[in-house]
Design a binder for this molecule. Structure first.
Ligand SMILES: NC(=O)c1ccc[n+]([C@@H]2O[C@H](COP(=O)([O-])OP(=O)(O)OC[C@H]3O[C@@H](n4cnc5c(N)ncnc54)[C@H](O)[C@@H]3O)[C@@H](O)[C@H]2O)c1
Ligand SMILES: O=c1ccn([C@@H]2O[C@H](COP(=O)(O)OP(=O)(O)O[C@H]3OC[C@@H](O)[C@H](O)[C@H]3O)[C@@H](O)[C@H]2O)c(=O)[nH]1
Length: 387
């Protein structure tokens, strides 16, 4: 299939085998879908779960049955990992604990998952001269320089004080007791290690810094396909509130700003990295949508409007409620104030630009959430009638 496709320099793309670690997660499931539907590449899909890619694994009569293989492996302790990396041309590492509710409450698991568990992957790629695409995060930038300036300072308006650039922005984290930064710090150290493997041992690598990719299959709805007490990322938290007809909870007033990019746009960028190694190797790429910036409060308001449209359910009279970060996340939470990605490098190297507006991506995502979960939520909340 599609074997006559060409890369950005006009060379034909040879089919490759990709070892994808964390393939059963949100991003992995979309990347597997894209690779199966539009490319001739093979995927060795490694994860502890496969619910989000089951539709690709079954039935065995599907057109791509020969091109995707699931390996239920915990990379913490499985000697089969090196063999899979050796069989592949390229390894993509997505495996991580990456939900903020875990960073301050399970800091050890967070650091082990994002740093220690990634070490063997880097080592096997380096020792076997295999290319690596590693998923880092926009959180490595931490806070912006601008947030330390007085609220009325004109310097806050200077892009250098808030736009996050791969080659020039500093990484600014809070103190150690703010354990929120355990994740960002572990991701930063693994980036530095990969970069050093490139510099000293010639590892061919690409580092991806996703800026709040969102869309269908992100995380879980508590009490439906995840633990009732679990706290997923904001898209799933707000979806859960909307499905249950509860007010959306704004942490510390919902003043933090984020830029959201549609998962399907972002996956296009990853495919360009996969198929254009000469342009992607040795680079760190921001992948986000600078045009989709909102405060969390604005996100809550827009999601409420969109959900009313797609579900036909009326909005609540008071659709949001404020909550302190201590009450919501516990001790040691802290936040990134603002996240605008500089798009210069990805634009220059891969010619990639995001396309989907925030309204449009929320419309397709909330249509999916409503279709997938509304019935189950209704059943779970209906009180049984006693005879
Ligand atoms: N979604 C985003 O917006 C975003 C933003 C920044 C960074 N990232 C990074 O992208 C990557 C993927 O994120 P996602 O949103 O798909 O998260 P996800 O939690 O949906 O996916 C991660 C997957 O890794 C698997 N995994 C974790 N530990 C494992 C282990 N020891 N062995 C095998 N599998 C393991 C999990 O089971 C899960 O399926 C992560 O590294 C994350 O830090 C994502
Ligand atoms: O119910 C909620 C959930 C979250 N929030 C707020 O919404 C904002 C976004 O929260 P998310 O859960 O999406 O997580 P963050 O954007 O802070 O971090 C994410 O960014 C990049 C990735 O590495 C990770 O996926 C994650 O760390 C935060 O300010 C958070 O405090 C709410 O106000 N209410």
């Amino acid at each position: 299939m599609a074997s006559s496709r060409a890369d950005l320099d006009g060379n034909s793309i040879k089919p490759m085998t990709i070892c994808m670690i964390g393939a059963g997660g949100f991003i992995g499931s979309h990347l597997c879908e894209k690779l199966m539907a539009e490319t001739p590449h093979k995927v060795l899909a490694v994860d502890v779960y496969n619910d989000k890619i089951n539709h690709l694994l079954e039935p065995s009569s599907s057109p791509w049955a020969e091109r995707i293989q699931f390996h239920r492996i915990n990379i913490k302790n499985d000697s089969r990992l090196e063999g899979l990396i050796r069989m592949a041309d390229l390894t993509i590492n997505l495996a991580a604990i990456c939900t903020p509710a875990d960073y301050n409450t399970r800091p050890l698991d967070t650091i082990y998952s994002n740093f220690i568990d990634a070490l063997p992957v880097v080592k096997y790629c380096s020792e076997n001269s295999k290319r690596l695409i590693h998923f880092s995060t926009c959180e490595v930038y931490g806070k912006t320089v601008g947030c330390f300036l007085p609220k009325d300072s004109p310097l806050r308006q200077e892009p250098a004080n808030y736009v996050l650039s791969e080659d020039t922005s500093p990484c600014i984290f809070g103190p150690i007791e703010k354990q929120r930064w355990s994740y960002a710090c572990a991701k930063q150290l693994i980036e530095r290690l990969i970069y050093a493997e490139g510099a000293e041992n010639g590892l061919e690598f690409t580092i991806v810094r996703p800026f709040n990719w969102i869309g269908p299959r992100m995380d879980f709805i508590p009490g439906i396909d995840g633990p009732s007490e679990g706290v997923p990322r904001v898209l799933a938290c707000f979806s859960n509130n909307l499905l249950r007809g509860e007010p959306l909870k704004l942490v510390d007033g919902g003043e933090s700003q984020r830029t959201f990019v549609y998962i399907k746009d972002a996956i296009e960028a990853v495919l360009l990295m996969i198929e254009n190694p000469a342009r992607a190797n040795g680079h760190i790429f921001n992948v986000g949508n600078p045009n989709n910036e909102v405060t969390v409060r604005q996100l809550a308001e827009m999601m409420t409007q969109v959900y009313t449209k797609v579900s036909g359910e009326p909005a609540l009279a008071s659709p949001t409620i404020d909550i302190s970060s201590k009450e919501f996340y516990g001790e040691g939470y802290d936040d990134s104030d603002k996240r605008i990605p500089d798009m210069t490098i990805i634009n220059r190297q891969l010619g990639w630009n995001p396309k989907t507006s925030l309204w449009d991506l929320l419309e397709s995502t909330l249509t999916y959430q409503h279709r997938t979960y509304a019935e189950a939520v209704k059943k779970s909340t209906s009180v049984p009638v006693s005879s």
